[in-house]
Write a protein that binds this ligand. Sequence first.
Ligand code: ADP
Length: 152
Amino acid sequence: MNKAVFPGSFDPITLGHVDIINRALPLFDELQIAIGVNVDKKYMFDIDTRMQMIKDVFKDEPKIKVVHYTGLTVDFCYQNDLSFILRGLRNPADFEFEKAIAQTNRKLGQIETLFLLTGPETSYISSSIVRDIYRNGGDVSELVPKEILKFL
Ligand code: ADP
């Protein structure tokens, strides 16, 4: 079985993430959306809320599993028999950052990382922009899936 993981913070999930996930789905038999928990990082939404948001968005998609993990992504891949890491690329800064991580993960665990280029309609969207707008009382409904509006 061809299994992949899309790791991230998803704080919160945005239409950019959804675009990457929907376009990647035909490539895999199972796609685990895995929230990486970093104890040193401060999140706006707690882990249970972020997981529930993603579950609600993909409730009708049987290929998707929503999980969380701590530690190295490659270890998580080994433990769960996942062959590929999926990541999205928005700009050259993403590329430079992702390049080093992907090469390291390949060295550490012989895991391949697959990149999908952001769609033009969602390329400007990031969770941090959504958090900024939300924190300041603005309207984020054009940037996030409608299923998560009830959590905001
Ligand atoms: P992380 O903290 O691991 O970067 P994010 O939730 O911010 O977690 O992002 C997870 C993945 O989703 C990353 O590969 C990121 O590049 C990708 N991503 C986020 N927003 C977009 C977008 N608008 N278009 C394409 N990919 C995106």
